[in-house]
Design a protein around this ligand. Sequence first.
Ligand code: SAH
Length: 252
Amino acid sequence: MRAKLVLGCIGLITCMLCCFNQCLAQSEQGDHDTVMQQFRESMVSSQLVARGIKDAAVLAAFRTVPRHRFIPEDGQKYAYADHPVSIGHNQTISQPYMVALMTELLDLKPGEKVLEIGTGSGYQAAILAELVGQERVFTIEIIKPLGQEARQTLQKNGYGDIHCLIGDGYLGWPDNAPFDGIVVTAAPTESPKPLVDQLAEGGHLVVPVDNEHGYQTLKVITKKDGKIMVNDSIDCRFVPFLGEHGKSMPPE
Ligand code: SAH
């Protein structure tokens, strides 16, 4: 009888300790999310709004997508900093302002179809999904492990309906063309012709193309009445475009 009582008490105490630990973990997670939300708000106002990003839907997307969850653990403290962050495999997630500018230049409306070349961490694909809806986002990554990790990260964070492909983005995704927007997040020497061909009437291709100064100019290529118009945005620096038509082959 006494032994039963002792066992019962031990069980009760163990149970209480488990609950306490669980609550502690939950509240720590809650605190962490609140802190990250504050970093995100401050990134939006000091880096995006302050530099002229105006599109309300773009700003709302940046307030919503948890950028830190797209960055490997050792770099998470830099998630909301004003610079690119390493995502492994010699690649980087672009600086928040650059992602915002490229997204704004695409000028997407809800329900339009968009293709991203260079999935990387999956972050920009998630931002695009906030604007057009997940099923309307297509993204291609040439480095297999990065593409696989990005697909998992997107799934874990509620963006599992984005269409992810591992392959050479130079060729675009002809089966799903035309696209209202195409964004290239690595730098080719010139804008890939298949991507221009896969642009819908009125659509924009945003691509950082090498310039004579040794870095890149962000170009906005628009198809209007079947004609191609090219506008220059800002100078920038991106990781090199890889693959047969790129500057080097991706690692095996
Ligand atoms: N948009 C990404 C940024 C990734 S950096 C993000 O939000 O995190 C650029 C990415 O382009 C790298 O992951 C690189 O592997 C990929 N890349 C380079 N050349 C490519 C090609 N030809 N096709 C597809 N992806 C390519």
